[in-house]
Design a protein around this ligand. Structure first.
Ligand code: CDP
Length: 215
């Protein structure tokens, strides 16, 4: 049983995916972390995230321990992530890991939830449930801005808005696995929803499918 959740930056897909995974007792993979870890890895080696060879090397040698780094949440990691994410060899190197987690959820779980940009289109095109979570770019910038302030980082709303627009454009325009809803995805616009309302909306879509599949 696979639930694929895609959407642009700060749309609330991570929070939603985590809550659904708790609710159904499924495994959860935040695939953005993989790209963030590759981006951060390149930066730490003093390399350029747009350098195909450097990014490809880091992606092929990625270790699970690199996914528990607090720096992954930083804006620098996010921006480097969206640069390495446009490189085909990087995506290819990360694909097997994602596919195998979806096919064999760890811990004997009966299902897996993956969130990202291309889960419904590339990683798990046969997912049982596909959600595409969106919100206006202003709402998303407001959420990310608050999140940064809560973490004690300095943040300027206008700057966050510009960063998101830049990342949206890069994610949507790239040739390989661009950010776009799968044809059979259900759209969930969370612009006017809080986290609880988004969770309720997603449950309405996913619950009947999960119940039927695990019957
Ligand atoms: O949480 P937020 O949406 O800001 O970022 P994220 O989901 O951690 O993803 C960071 C970057 O990784 C995105 O801007 C994408 O460029 C890239 N990404 C991707 O290309 N494919 C995925 N399945 C997940 C993330």
């Amino acid at each position: 049983m696979i639930i694929a959740i895609d959407g642009p930056a700060a749309s609330g897909k991570g929070t939603l995916a985590r809550r659904l995974a708790d609710h159904f007792d499924f495994a959860y993979l935040d695939t953005g972390k993989l790209y963030r870890a590759v981006g951060l890895g390149v930066l730490r080696l003093g390399g350029d995230p747009e350098d195909e060879d450097a990014a490809g090397d880091v992606a092929r040698n990625l270790q699970p321990s690199q996914l528990d780094d607090d720096e992954l949440k930083s804006d620098a990691a996010a921006s480097a992530a969206s640069k390495v994410a446009a490189i085909e060899t990087v995506r290819a190197a990360l694909l097997d890991f994602q596919k195998s987690l979806a096919a064999n959820p760890p811990g004997g779980k009966k299902g897996a939830i993956l969130d990202g940009r291309d889960i419904g289109t590339v990683v798990c095109p046969d997912a049982d449930v596909k959600l595409f979570v969106t919100a206006s770019v202003e709402v998303r910038a407001e959420r990310r801005h608050k999140e940064l302030l809560q973490r004690g980082e300095t943040s300027i709303y206008e700057r966050v808005l510009e960063d998101l627009k830049e990342r949206d454009a890069r994610d949507s325009a790239r040739a390989v696995a661009p950010l776009k809803p799968a044809e059979d995805a259900t759209m969930v616009d969370t612009s006017a929803m809080d986290a609880d309302q988004a969770f309720e909306a997603a449950l309405k879509i996913a619950s009947p499918v999960v119940a039927e599949k695990l019957r």
